[in-house]
Write a protein that binds this ligand. Sequence first.
Ligand code: PRP
Ligand code: URA
Length: 209
Amino acid sequence: MKNVVVIDHPLVQHKLTFLRDRTTGTKDFRMLLRELAMLMAYEVTRDLPLEEKQIETPVAKMTAKVLAGRKLGIVPILRAGLGMADGIMDLIPAAKVGHIGLYRNPETLLPQDYYHKLPPDTSERDMILVDPMLATGGSAVVGINVLKEAGCKTVRLMCLVAAPEGLKAMYEAHPDVTIYTAAIDSHLNDHGYIVPGLGDAGDRIFGTK
Ligand code: PRP
Ligand code: URA
């Protein structure tokens, strides 16, 4: 699919394997997810525009490059997106942060929308929507609807594990959004979980099961 970038960097793939492992406990899960988010943010921001600036090193004057003042925003989908947000902020500390609260109804698998708080200038920002799991795609589609309704013109989706079903739903609803993922897994099971996946991301981050 044209709008999907699989981040196959060896460090990302290595850390993802340990994250998936059922024996990885809450503390290590959080640490790995944060590290993965920082490594992935490096790829997600690869095409940010640069501009030139005159500086002086201890040796000589030079024309050097700096980011061209593009306004960025990070928007984790609650809860599991929070596990990735800190890692991205480590790399982009000046970014503003919004939150979108969604949870999947376990019977219908449809996202229930319960909370939004976005930066007031969302319409002027390039937003990175963050959620480790793209399963049916329902949550990501609603999250992007919320950002577009707030006037946002450029949205990227950063997930970690995507199911083919979620990629298809995203492409049908938001073909303009590039999806960055570390893996495309096999399929969804009868409960809407990604196979092989990593289980329930929110529960593994917060130790709620
Ligand atoms: C998980 C996950 C995504 C969503 C993905 O959240 O973090 O937000 O499911 O599934 P979808 O692609 O089928 O919508 P969940 O609803 O379990 O809420 P939580 O993060 O609060 O645990
Ligand atoms: N949400 C999760 O946390 N894990 C899945 O596999 C699917 C949805």
